[in-house]
Design a protein around this ligand. Structure first.
Ligand code: NAI
Ligand code: 15L
Length: 273
């Protein structure tokens, strides 16, 4: 049978059992001959083009094996909310380090890293940020995303591994609260952002914000315009669910004043023993 060659031979997707991993999994079929899907959780039956690997990202040897033979990585795996420090260290700090170190050893050229708006969540809601705005994490979770952004910068400067750091807003089926009218990233736009991040010829190391074309904007993607990401969706269709109010930073409630919303209220947590 004469099969058309796809742009990538083998792509690795971490966090494939999660919310966004499930959305991306089928799209990747069009982009790579083989998609290696991985998670610490069960992954279900592999499709014909898939290889499944249940791996804890904190297991260095297992991650080294996981990354062997892949052309590029979409790294979504890890803890996706604030959590005890010891847990974040394993999944998000050690896990991301293991992944980059394996990428270096196996000659992987490109990583798309799921960072988060919580890397900049302590900026007030009245600010508009771009890729050069200082990191202001709003939680230990946000700190781990800042670590991932710095680690990937180092691996680019030192070893030439390119990374697009996606500061994803709120990527769910629908916005769940007024804040998400600003931070909403539709699943369709999320997939397109990953596609642009994988397919743009040279990206170096770049930060791109992940939001749909929402009426209120906190983030300016001009410095990542070369990715060609043009969101097609908008939170406007959900606006009437939440009463409109002008952005303000004079609220008493920090969850209203800062872009990170309720994440700014979190307490540092120890693992409960
Ligand atoms: P999710 O929590 O649904 O998926 C994360 C996946 O990572 C889960 O399937 C989990 O089992 C896996 N995982 C956790 N610890 C692991 C470990 N030690 N080893 C291997 N796998 C592990 O989160 P979601 O929504 O799919 O997000 C994907 C990525 O995007 C996450 O890194 C998250 O921080 C980031 N992100 C997501 C946003 C959103 O709105 N969905 C917003 C900002 C960032
Ligand atoms: C994130 O980083 C989380 O992974 C996601 O679950 C949401 O909380 C999102 O940010 C958000 O800010 O809405």
């Amino acid at each position: 049978m004469n099969q058309t060659r796809k742009p990538f031979r083998r792509l690795l997707l971490t966090g494939a059992a999660g919310n966004l991993g499930c959305q991306l999994r089928s799209a990747l079929a069009n982009w790579a001959d083989t998609v290696r899907v991985s998670d610490i959780a069960a992954l279900g039956e592999p499709a014909p083009h898939e290889e499944t690997n249940v791996v804890d990202l904190s297991d260095r040897e297992a991650v080294m094996h996981l990354v062997e033979g892949v052309d590029a990585i979409v790294h979504l795996g890890g803890i996706s909310i604030d959590a005890p420090f010891d847990d974040l260290i394993e999944a998000n700090i050690r896990g991301t380090y293991n992944l980059y170190e394996a990428a270096r050893k196996h000659g992987v050229k490109r990583v798309v890293f799921a960072s988060s708006n919580h890397a900049i969540g302590f900026h007030p809601v009245t600010d508009v940020l771009d890729a050069d705005s200082p990191q202001r994490p709003d939680s230990l979770y946000g700190v781990t995303k800042c670590f991932g952004e710095s680690l990937s910068r180092y691996y680019y400067d030192r070893f030439g591994i390119e990374t697009v750091c996606l500061r994803i807003g709120s990527s769910f089926e629908e916005p769940k609260n007024p804040r998400m009218l600003v931070t909403y990233l539709s699943y369709r736009d999320f997939i397109e952002l990953v596609r642009c991040s994988l397919f743009t010829n040279r990206v170096g190391h770049v930060v791109a914000y992940g939001a749909s074309n929402n009426p209120v904007k906190w983030w300016d993607n001009t410095k990542a315009a070369f990715l060609g990401f043009n969101p097609r969706d908008s939170s406007v269709q959900f606006a009437e669910r939440f009463p409109a109010s002008a952005p303000t930073d004079d609220h008493d409630d920090p969850a209203q004043r800062f872009q990170g919303g309720p994440f700014v209220l979190g307490e540092p947590m120890e693992r409960s023993r």
